[in-house]
Design a protein around this ligand. Structure first.
Ligand code: C2E
Ligand code: CA
Ligand code: CA
Length: 613
């Protein structure tokens, strides 16, 4: 590379001419002069070589340090040289791409018109800059920001291209996160609940004389067992495929995902064929899905309603669709049920239960708070406890919070119920303080609705004052889905406010939502509660073992504590000790129990006094 440049130097030509003269010149004095000229020429050339080498090394070092990937290609865009950042981003080493046409590394996402425009600009202006999708050696596609400059010779002919690019996938992911948190279901890309409300409202506004809306809420039967048998990843794939099929089948209609395995379709129509429409929808969506050489036929439960017959307010219509769906579920699975006004009234056991819950809240004596201790896995020392709500129904016995809390949320009772829990937990904490029990933080579960319906902050403040407690004596557990629930508004400032007051905040059921770590990282939280789904099959399940270790490592890097929940066996506990987990909760150490039982357990020989204040 440097030799041709050296030959441009006049001194080397003088030396080359003088070389034969050293031999044939008769006079020894002249021969000496010729030899001196040769030596001078060689010295100059050697100096040049050194300088060129130095320059080359400096250039290489600079390119090596650059975090942008750099590629030099020839006039046919074949790769001549790359820098280390290129290898880091793409996975390709120099020898692997030497001579390869640069465009073959692009992802097959751009059409002919894109390249025509790129080359056109490059030819006319000598430069191009823009976003482009490329492919790593692993096959993964990623977005890059690419700058290309054409290098020309003296006559203006292109000899090389200099390509500079950065990997912008992280930036893109952040943008996507923000979009998702707003309006889009991240798994399927369909509108989420909030967006569906807007879309329904818009369709209602634009409805013309003679038109109606058909609405269907579709729930996949036993989807949990699909997840359990095929794994969550396959479950997600199935949901994505379901979404795709539904979207293409009802083209022109609104399709959205309300969460989990619930999908909604809204059609504007001039036909009066609601039942027929539902039947064909069901028939089409019940056709088998081919998954891993397995033919999966799904059972579907569908609730439906129609505008204007069943209402024309978007909030009411959503509620009625849900009523219809629950009534269909109650009648058995794989059924369709259109909304009937009666579903709003007494013949719905769900609603009967809601009215019982209202009564329970008023009387107060059917509700109880149980407590489950949290432990240091290495020695069993108690380090905290979680408050868990119990409802002792006078006729039906114990009802699981997993059943009645969603009901309370749907029927507007959650903020009242949540307030009851906070009050009770504070009262219990104060009682234990007076009895000199070990100082342990009581962790309380907070529902999304408490954040955006009730005034959580002032409720907490009132209770702390009433019972003379410090905020550090109460911890708040929010599930991952709460943190992502767009109805709660921007979570960051609220969490920051609570934390500034001194409350510790934990992300409950961590790993079950769709939140990206990037998003969680920005939230002010103290603790991650690793969902029991990841603990269940430890230590045998390789994937779960790897996830648990990765979360522990990541949390350490972010300065977060981790607690593992659902620890039931000695083996699970031992695995967690080895993996470096500092606290656990689960039946292995203790089940949730009434306050009096816990008092008996802790009072005689307190295991540890983890300071909570
Ligand atoms: P969660 O917050 O994830 O609570 C832990 C649940 O796991 C509790 O069920 C607990 O009894 C159970 N559990 C604890 N250790 C083990 C174990 O080793 N193995 C197994 N299989 N399960 C274990 P629970 O009490 O039925 O509560 C269910 C859910 O109800 C809670 O899940 C929480 O989401 C909700 N919940 C309970 N109390 C409240 C409350 O006061 N407010 C709100 N908003 N939600 C509550
Ligand atoms: Ca919890
Ligand atoms: Ca949990």
């Amino acid at each position: 590379m440097w030799l041709p440049v050296t030959l441009n130097r006049p001194l080397i030509w003088v030396a080359l001419t003088a070389l034969p003269a050293c031999v044939w010149l008769p006079d020894s004095g002249l021969r000496l002069v010729a030899a001196l000229l040769v030596a001078l020429g060689l010295w100059d050339a050697w100096k040049q070589v050194r300088q060129q080498r130095l320059r080359l090394r400096l250039t290489q070092d600079t390119l090596g340090l650059a975090s942008d990937a750099m590629v030099i290609s020839d006039e046919q865009n074949r790769i001549i040289a790359i820098n280390p950042a290129f290898t880091e981003i793409t996975g390709y080493t120099g020898p692997e791409v030497q001579g390869v046409k640069l465009e073959t590394l692009a992802a097959p996402r751009h059409d002919k018109a894109f390249y025509q425009k790129l080359w056109g600009t490059l030819k006319s202006t000598g430069r191009w800059e823009g976003e482009m999708w490329s492919q790593r050696k692993s096959g993964d596609e990623y977005p890059e920001w690419l700058k290309v400059r054409a290098v020309t010779d003296k006559r203006g002919k292109v000899t090389h291209f200099i390509n500079l690019f950065t990997d912008i996938s992280a930036q893109k992911a952040r943008e996507n996160d923000l979009r998702r948190i707003g309006f889009e279901d991240p798994l399927t890309g369909l509108p989420n609940r909030r967006r569906l409300h807007d879309l329904l409202a818009s369709r209602l506004r634009h409805i013309r004389a003679g038109e109606s809306l058909d609405m269907a809420l579709i729930d996949i039967d036993g989807f949990k067992s699909v997840n359990d048998s095929l794994g969550v990843e396959q479950g997600d794939r199935l949901l994505a495929r379901f979404a795709q099929r539904l979207t293409s089948y009802v083209a022109g209609s609104v399709v959205g995902r309300l969460g989990g395995d619930e999908f909604m379709v809204i059609r504007t129509t001039t036909f009066d064929d609601h039942d027929q429409w539902i039947a064909t929808l069901r028939e089409h969506m019940s056709r088998p899905f081919e998954m891993n050489d397995q033919s999966l036929r799904l059972g579907l439960t569908i609730g439906s309603c129609r505008v204007p017959e069943d209402g024309n307010d978007s909030g009411v219509l959503f509620q009625r669709l849900e009523s219809a769906l629950y009534s269909a579920k109650r009648l058995g699975r794989n059924l369709s049920q259109r909304f009937r006004p009666a579903l709003d009234k007494q013949d719905n056991p769900q609603l009967a239960l809601v009215s019982d819950l209202r009564a329970a809240l008023i009387s107060g004596d059917q509700l109880e708070l149980h407590f489950q201790t949290q432990h240091q896995p290495s020695n069993g020392a108690v380090v905290g406890m979680e408050a868990l709500l119990r409802w002792r129904h006078p006729r039906d016995g114990m009802i699981s919070p997993g059943d009645f809390i969603p009901l309370a949320e749907r029927h507007g009772l959650m903020s009242q119920l949540g307030a009851w829990v906070i009050e009770k937990a504070c009262a219990q904490q104060a009682h234990w303080r007076h009895r000199n029990m070990p100082k342990l933080t009581i962790w309380v579960n907070i529902s999304a609705l408490q954040l955006f319906q009730g005034d959580l902050e002032s409720q907490l403040a009132t209770c702390l004052k009433r019972y003379q407690l410090l905020p550090s004596q109460i911890g708040l557990e929010l599930t991952e889905s709460v943190l992502l629930d767009e109805r709660a508004g921007e979570m960051r400032p609220r969490l920051q406010g609570l934390r500034d007051q001194g409350f510790a905040i934990a992300i409950d059921d961590f790993g079950t939502g769709y939140s990206s770590l990037g998003y969680l990282k920005r939230l002010p939280v103290d603790k991650i509660k690793l969902d029991r789904a990841f603990i269940k099959d430890l230590p045998n399940d390789q994937a779960d073992a790897a996830i648990v270790k990765a979360v522990l490592a990541m949390a350490e890097g972010m300065g977060l504590e981790v607690i593992a929940e659902g620890v039931e066996t000695k083996e699970q506990c031992q695995f967690l000790v080895t993996a470096g987990c500092m606290s656990v909760q689960g039946f292995y150490f203790a089940r949730p129990m009434p306050a009096e039982d816990l008092e008996k357990r802790l009072a005689p020989a307190p295991l540890a006094s983890h300071s909570a204040s």
